[in-house]
Ligand binder design. Structure first.
Ligand code: GTP
Ligand code: MG
Length: 274
């Protein structure tokens, strides 16, 4: 009879992306925005473990279930008094910790049936000033490819009777404040082209391997492998149901701007998932 007091299901967002892309800086900013008393961005350092933080959505940001919340709406007052809270899990992006922590968390959350661990979305953070470097681009695209493959497998293994909700991906094109940053459109193109290369070399490798072993390698290939065209996020969505959106932003924005406004469009994406 204590059932009524059970904690409400929480909404979790998993924060992934390579080392140095700004995940911890973003998490820290969200925390600072959630508690106006501490409007100070702390210095970050390379993360070695995952951390879960509870933050709140700015009252002005609409949610998916309350899409048309307007300034005159009484629900805005209610949202100011009682903001919508969600959880963000910051993971370490270092190559050696990625598989066990980032991808590991994603796999665990993706199959979890418990409401408590329900994952609403994945935020994949990218340093858009670092993508001009070939090695960085390859590393970033490889990580994103592996993330999308986990989500694709989850979609394809869904049984029609027991539909679990979808897990969309936000590619947060961070560091748009830097003049060397690539705009979100080219970030998208570069990632798509690089994932295409990764996919093709992987397909070839798996074909060779399955010719030897007789195993079916198809489900380990991202996207539809009989599509002759190049990989792109739109085709991935059409073929597998995995949604990817690329949105620009900056954790560090110019001082004249309103505090934390550089991440507002990502918070809007988060809001639409809630
Ligand atoms: P790992 O923990 O190693 O996975 O890295 P991380 O993704 O947590 O990166 P972190 O948040 O530690 O940020 C790395 C560096 O990028 C820090 O020096 C941040 O201050 C800086 N940084 C983060 N966001 C921005 C941004 O929008 N613009 C600029 N110019 N720098 C940023
Ligand atoms: Mg970190």
């Amino acid at each position: 009879f204590f059932r009524a007091a059970a904690s409400p299901p929480s909404s979790n967002f998993l924060l992934l992306g390579p080392s140095g892309s700004g995940k911890t800086a973003f998490t820290t900013l969200l925390e600072a925005k959630s508690s106006p008393a501490s409007k100070k961005i702390q210095l970050t350092h390379t993360s070695q473990t995952s951390t879960l933080v509870s933050v709140s959505l700015p009252p002005s940001v609409p949610t998916g279930s309350n899409r048309y919340r307007s300034v005159n709406d009484p629900s805005l007052k209610e949202a100011t008094r009682n903001p919508i809270r969600y959880f963000v899990k910051d993971t370490p992006g270092h190559g050696k910790l990625r598989t066990s922590q980032g991808i590991g968390e994603l796999q665990a959350m993706a199959i979890s049936k418990e409401n408590k661990n329900k994952i609403r979305g994945v935020i994949f953070m990218v340093d858009t000033a670092a993508l001009v470097d070939e090695g960085n681009l390859r590393d970033t695209a490889t990580y994103l490819h592996d993330v999308l493959l986990v989500l694709q497998k989850r979609e394809l293994n869904k049984t029609s009777t027991k539909r679990s909700s979808e897990i969309p991906v936000l590619v947060a094109a961070n560091k748009q404040d830097l003049f060397t940053a690539l705009p979100p459109g080219s970030v998208r193109e570069k990632l798509e082209a690089e994932i295409d290369r990764i996919r093709k070399s992987k397909t070839k490798g798996l074909m060779d391997a399955s010719a030897d072993s007789g195993l079916d390698a198809e489900e380990d290939i991202l996207g539809n492998d009989d599509a002759q065209g190049v990989f792109n996020f739109k085709a991935l969505e059409d073929e597998t149901g995995v949604k990817v959106e690329v949105v620009g932003g900056a954790v560090k924005s110019d001082s004249e701007e309103e505090f934390g406004s550089g991440v507002l469009r990502w918070e809007e994406w988060i809001g639409m998932c809630l």
